[in-house]
Write a protein that binds this ligand. Sequence first.
Ligand SMILES: Nc1ncnc2c1ncn2[C@@H]1O[C@H](COP(=O)(O)OP(=O)(O)O)[C@@H](O)[C@H]1O
Ligand SMILES: [Mg+2]
Length: 253
Amino acid sequence: MLVVKIGGSLDGAEPLVRDLAHHEGELIVVHGGGPRIGAELEARGFETRFESGLRVTPPEQMAVVEQVLTQLGKELADRLSQLGRLSVGLSGRDARLLRAEPLDERLGRVGRITAVNTSLLFALMSRHLTPVISPIASAEGGPLNVNADEVAAAVAGCLGEPLVYLTDVPGVLADPADPESRIPVLDGAEVEARIQDGTIAGGMIPKVRAALTALEFGAPWVMIAPGEPGSLPRLLSGKLGTRIVPEKISREV
Ligand SMILES: Nc1ncnc2c1ncn2[C@@H]1O[C@H](COP(=O)(O)OP(=O)(O)O)[C@@H](O)[C@H]1O
Ligand SMILES: [Mg+2]
């Protein structure tokens, strides 16, 4: 089984959806929605602000965020279903799939996952239905927006299954301006150093941090890879993407 998180930056990437639909093994799909949320908020006259790659979500923007994410999840589940992989679009508010608590009041309605209803996921998968999860969580005082990278990490960690982040870059890059500078393996200390020196920035920050959280929680491996056709089968060859590990073992003699 594989937990796959599809970046909002890959919204509408039909070849990727086909790959997922035709993937041999079991899948749990988590999706983001940043660009579409940004466009919808702008169209309605709201301002958008990020802190360390996390979307600040004032309470008055929450309804728009939830609408856009839920619609995206339904679209993705419908498309996968049409292509032969019967899928169910779920919000974290369904059957308390995702529970959260507010992360930091300066971020508004942004949550941190505290519990995952894994039995709902098992129930669907036992009937050969693929869960497609929108990153909205149930909480006291109303729903919370949770970064999709963190949702995927919580799900993969709880289930002890591998996690793949599919995004719009070839992996973590040593120089974000140079697509040839992919780093094949990164450990926890290197991740923090590169956040500090600024080579890892923006939306890549929650991704690498969530990758480390997933490993701590019990995911056997985590990859950050490009969401291009043929990615999924090529991931394990090491020729694609960035593998995140807790610590590297020295090969010196
Ligand atoms: N060192 C880095 N390597 C790769 N991407 C980086 C790096 N630092 C910042 N980024 C940015 O992170 C983005 C991926 O995060 P994000 O836009 O949130 O995508 P997603 O929708 O997949 O979550 C890349 O498109 C890139 O602009
Ligand atoms: Mg992102």
